[in-house]
Write a protein that binds this ligand. Structure first.
Ligand code: ADP
Ligand code: MG
Length: 725
């Protein structure tokens, strides 16, 4: 018996998934695994866990688990479901990499897919759970794919042992053949239940021309026009990244300033809009048949600030602080129009209420990896037709809507139909190690929904062998056998220890070696810092205005000075960028890790909090593998001694040994493109130390690096000097 408030009751009844409750629960009873497809916003994530709960799936002391590919979704959905069910967060809880509120009373547990994978390592049968829901399966994130493969084995095992578990795979699109038609995955295809979303029609307006560069500018003009000319209703703009999101937010706030008190009344704004429509020759919106195609000419949208029609502009992207993210679910201040500038996060995982207009730039930012060299770069590319349609669908949740595509229909016609599964696009050494630890020796035979390429699997096994995590394959026998052996190397004890650390294999190796010379606290701090995204403020960020320019220059100088201080002196200088990270972590902890300290020191607060949590988690993991070392997190960590620095550099080399670069020399230097450049074994192209690196001036002969990112040049990130052999 769930005690829901009348408002919640009423809102639930409007969700299409509720009409399917009986069908879904009957299918769950009769099948070990089922697939549920339904448009974003149809109520899958918030309601299906409740169906299971009410049908008694959490009553025998076991839990209902739901996995999400994104942390944002795991946290916000757990809060939402707790609220709907009128239950405390001790009962409807969440667990993400660094934090959670799970208790022994938890009955419904939202988690990221990575968290469930770790749990499978501890208990392959997942005995704590009576049902697992894999949410957002259409996103085809790597962990989701692996989980589905593993669960296709776990579910029958649980049945055989007489303690059945149910698997529910949920997808926002109908494209689920990779799961249902894959005989290796499910011998009997699981039934697919379609939830017919009450989706209102969305009129698509294509641009006639496609802006090749300035799509943010185009998004600005289009949003201005919508706001000036079209009836009330929220606007959702899709851009590709954080910087774009902020720049558009700033421009829109400037154009339609919103201050408490300057809200227009409904009557006023309606009159103004009518006048503008007439002026623009678009006719009367009240006709019901009005032409809402705004055209792509930017000239008729003036840029003068207009405070009479305030726009309530909010950013939304995954690195945004949670309390900022939560704002998008709340109604905008009365008399304003809601306008959300978002990245892909808003495409399927979060449903924002009240959106009537979508502006879609048609692009997406993705990380690309070179298959041979591992060099990665973020590139903005066209999205797929399926994604573009998902985005458009966001406009038709509450009433008929409009989607403005900032590209032509011909360009749309050239988009790929679907986005590729992530597993085919990135290195897989972390997955291979996790799978070996689960005693899946022949990873090639694993029932992947979409298998990674054999090259990627071979490269992963080779790296793991070189790190000592897997046994060397025998080099005798026929070529064919040797090749097969290369893909089925057994895991070593070191590999098992590495697999228990929640970081990628190269970093896990460093942790495993950290015992020497009391270096562990430093190794833990450095690894934590290396694996958290973007901890430093970008010193190359352009000034937002003329006035800011001189202030920003001062700030740059001050922050550069501070980083120099963190880099230390003498021997520690050779640790390079890693020493800066260590110094930053030490200084931040010493100051109590406050938002103020971070702001003053050019550190991203959220990243520093993550590092702090990860240090705690890694410390526990190391103690679990190796209790005799007894490490603890010391908030007043003193800088490493000279001797420890030497040791740290060796440890870093052991982890990043395959990321070695040597200063270009000899004949190479004749060609100016090799000036100050480095050579790596796998690439013909020169790579460089970034001007912001601690080692930019030193240019040591040999360095190891964390990764190579291609921006204006091939730059190494996280560089540290090593001795010549
Ligand atoms: P699906 O998983 O099918 O995309 P959801 O279960 O996420 O659908 O959403 C169902 C409804 O619940 C949506 O209309 C959405 O607006 C609403 N909703 C979800 N989370 C929140 C929240 N935190 N606050 C208010 N409404 C929410
Ligand atoms: Mg959902």
């Amino acid at each position: 018996p769930v005690d829901r408030s009348p408002e919640v009751q009423e809102a639930r009844l409007k969700l299409p998934v509720l009409a399917e409750e009986q069908v879904i629960m009957e299918a769950v009873r009769e099948n070990p695994s089922i697939v549920i497809c339904g448009e974003t916003g149809s109520g899958k994530t918030t309601q299906v866990p409740q169906f299971l709960y009410e049908a008694g799936y959490a009553s025998d002391g076991r839990m209902i688990g739901i996995t999400e590919p994104r942390r944002v979704a795991a946290v916000s959905m757990s809060h939402r479901v707790a609220k709907e069910m009128n239950l405390p967060t001790q009962v409807v809880s969440y667990q993400i990499r660094y934090e959670g509120n799970v208790t022994s009373d938890t009955k419904i547990k939202f988690m990221t897919d990575g968290v469930l994978l770790k749990e499978i390592q501890k208990d392959f049968l997942l005995q704590k759970y009576s049902a697992i829901i894999i949410d957002e399966a259409h996103e085809r994130s790597v962990y989701t794919d692996i989980l589905i493969g593993l669960l296709s084995r776990i579910v029958p095992l649980r049945n055989k042992k007489g303690m059945p578990m149910k698997l529910l795979i949920m997808s926002a699109t109908l494209r689920v053949e990779d799961f249902t038609e894959n005989q290796r995955l499910f011998r009997t295809p699981p039934p697919v239940i379609k939830v017919d979303a009450r989706q209102f029609p969305v009129t698509i307006h294509f641009n006639k021309r496609t802006p090749l560069e300035d799509y943010t500018g185009e998004a600005f003009h289009k949003t201005c026009k919508i706001h000036r000319m079209l009836p009330p209703g929220g606007i959702l703009v899709f851009l590709t990244g954080q910087a774009e999101v902020h720049s558009l937010c700033r421009r829109l706030r400037k154009a339609f300033p919103f201050r408490k008190g300057n809200t227009a009344t409904g009557e006023q704004s309606l009159k103004m809009r009518k006048r503008r429509l007439l002026e623009a020759g678009i006719g009367d919106e009240e006709d019901g048949d009005s032409d809402l195609d705004l055209g792509d000419d930017p000239a008729d949208a003036e840029e003068k600030a207009d405070g009479s029609i305030p726009l309530y502009v909010l950013p939304l992207y995954s690195l945004l602080a949670p309390e900022q993210q939560a704002k998008v679910f709340r109604p905008p201040p009365p008399g304003t129009r809601l306008c959300i500038i978002a990245t892909n996060v808003a495409e399927t995982s979060l449903t924002i209420p009240g959106i009537k207009y979508v502006v879609d730039c048609g692009r997406v930012k993705k990380r690309f990896y070179d298959k041979v060299t591992g060099v990665s770069s973020f590139k903005v590319t066209w999205t797929s037709q399926a994604s573009a349609n998902q985005r458009a669908g966001r406009a038709g949740r509450t009433e008929p809507g409009h989607c403005y595509r900032l590209y032509s229909s011909a360009v749309f016609g050239d988009f790929t139909l679907f986005s590729e599964a992530e597993i085919t696009r990135r290195p897989v050494e972390d997955l291979v190690l996790q799978m070996k630890d689960l005693n899946i020796e022949k990873v090639v035979n694993f029932p992947f929904p979409t298998p990674p390429s054999t090259e990627a699997l071979v490269a992963a096994e080779q790296l793991l062998v070189s790190l000592g995590a897997l046994e060397e394959p025998p080099c005798t026998g026929r070529l064919k056998d040797m090749q097969r052996a290369k893909l089925s190397c057994p895991i070593t004890p070191l590999g098992r220890a590495m697999a228990s650390f929640p970081v990628a294999p190269r970093y896990a190796k460093m942790l495993a070696l950290g015992k020497q010379q009391d270096c562990l606290p430093y190794v833990i701090a450095v690894v934590a810092a290396m694996t958290v995204r973007e901890i430093f403020e970008d010193l190359d960020r352009p000034a937002r205005s003329e006035d800011e320019s001189s202030k920003l220059n001062q700030r740059r100088a001050r922050l550069t000075q501070m980083r120099r201080l963190w880099a230390g002196q003498g021997a520690s200088l050779l640790l390079g960028d890693l020493m800066i990270m260590l110094g930053a972590v030490g200084a931040c902890e010493f100051a109590g890790c406050t938002p103020r300290f971070c702001e003053n020191s050019g550190l991203r607060y959220k990243a520093m909090v993550e590092i702090r949590k990860l240090r705690g988690q890694l410390t526990n993991a190391v103690n679990a593998v190796c209790p005799e070392v007894g490490v603890f997190v010391d908030p007043k960590m003193t800088p490493p001694t000279e001797h420890q620095v030497v040791c740290l550099r060796q440890i870093v080399l052991a982890g990043l040994g395959d990321h070695l670069a040597r200063r270009a020399q000899g004949e190479d230097l004749v060609d100016p493109k090799w000036k100050n450049a480095y050579k790596t074994p796998l690439m013909d192209e020169p790579v460089f130390i970034h001007p912001n690196s601690a080692l930019f001036k030193t240019l040591p002969e040999f360095v190891v690096y964390q990764e190579i990112m291609e921006t204006s040049k091939m730059y190494m990130r996280g560089v540290s000097a090593v001795e010549a052999e």
